[in-house]
Ligand binder design. Structure first.
Ligand SMILES: [Zn+2]
Ligand SMILES: [Zn+2]
Length: 346
């Protein structure tokens, strides 16, 4: 099969590699669409050298959907059948450790050992024609959710996990920093989960897109100070929840400065190993909760439902779709901020 292989840092190439064999409890899936995200760019550039990927050659790709073609031994018990369209999770925790047993398999204590796999990061990803995955990581897509929309479930589910973890209250204001795919989906998830107002902070044309997707207010940080603007839009008090989706370390301090006293700040964007400056007194004196949000445990079914019912819109985000051969163009369009999410179709 054809696959996009990372041969060395900044060295991606289309190669022929063997089709994976589905093992015990696994399904073989024909990949219908796979997105490229900011983490992929950081991985390709070597920001997580020694961890992601553990070695070369490596197949990237962790935001995807496809169609089940065959089942390995024991996988039938999952209820999946060939022909089912599915979206795939990436965190395959060991299932045995304390965190896995508590449902927090995104925080598996065996991370870094062979019993733990993070597909597209420590185990082969899906920028390829086929991928084999444990059936328990696959979630069936209803007809209302297209293959390309299915490739966005991964990022939306991260927003679901963030909204759950921050205990968003009905009637509150949720601010999102960073109008990339993650931010634009998180804002919609927050609205669908009871936020009466959403505000997105960013710049340029993406703010128009945010409005089209139902975001109530936008703040262009090139036109006005984002902290001041968030305060002004909330009667001087600040939003109850701030979701940092940009991965820019400078935004962490802004989020902490803008959030309401007693509010919560969630960090969803990865900073590529960089450090952020924060003022601890702001957390202490205002009893601000600062939380990290990793991946999307138990969140795929809810996200698929939000897409199927139209509560979260993604059609305007699916503007750049490429055949697998054009992987370089797809990366370039993403780097240049032309594409919110390039989708590669093998
Ligand atoms: Zn990603
Ligand atoms: Zn575990």
């Amino acid at each position: 099969m054809r696959a996009v292989v990372l041969r060395d840092w900044d060295d991606l190439a289309l190669e022929e590699i063997p089709i994976p064999e589905p093992g015990e409890g696994e399904a073989l899936v024909r990949v219908a669409g796979c997105g490229i995200c900011g983490t992929d760019l950081k991985i390709v550039a070597g920001a997580y050298e020694g961890t992601w990927p553990p070695s070369f050659p490596f197949v990237l790709g962790h935001e995807w959907a496809g169609e089940v073609v065959s089942l390995g031994p024991g996988a039938e018990e999952s209820g999946l059948r060939p022909g089912d369209r599915v979206a795939a999770e990436n965190h395959a925790g060991c299932g045995m450790c304390r965190n896995c047993r508590a449902g927090r398999y995104n925080l598996c204590e065996r991370a870094g050992t062979p019993g733990y796999k993070l597909y597209g990061h420590t185990a082969q990803g899906a920028l390829a024609e086929y991928a084999a995955r444990p059936a328990r990581l696959l979630h069936r897509l209803p007809p209302q959710v297209s293959d390309d929309a299915g490739a966005l479930v991964n990022q939306g589910a991260l927003g679901v996990h963030a909204v759950r973890r921050t205990g968003l209250d009905p009637g509150s204001t949720a601010a999102v920093i960073g109008p990339g795919l993650l931010g634009l989906m998180t804002a919609q998830v927050a609205k669908a989960s009871g936020a009466s107002r959403t505000i997105v902070v960013g710049r340029g044309a993406r703010l128009e897109l945010a409005k089209r997707l139902g975001v109530d207010e936008v703040v262009d940080y090139e036109q006005s100070d984002p902290v001041q603007a968030l305060r002004e839009l909330t009667g001087g008090r600040g939003p109850e929840r701030v979701y940092e989706c940009s991965g820019d370390p400078a935004a962490v301090g802004q989020a902490l400065a803008a959030v309401r006293r007693g509010g919560r700040v969630a960090l969803l964007g990865l900073a590529g190993g960089k450090t952020a400056q924060i003022a601890p007194d702001a957390l202490t004196l205002h009893e601000v909760d600062l939380m990290g949000i990793r991946s999307s445990p138990n969140a795929y079914p809810a996200m698929i439902e939000l897409l199927a019912t139209g509560a979260v819109q993604v059609e305007p985000l699916l503007t750049h779709v490429y055949p697998l051969e054009r992987v370089r163009d797809a990366f370039d369009a993403f780097r240049a901020r032309e594409a919110i999410r390039p989708i590669l179709k093998p």
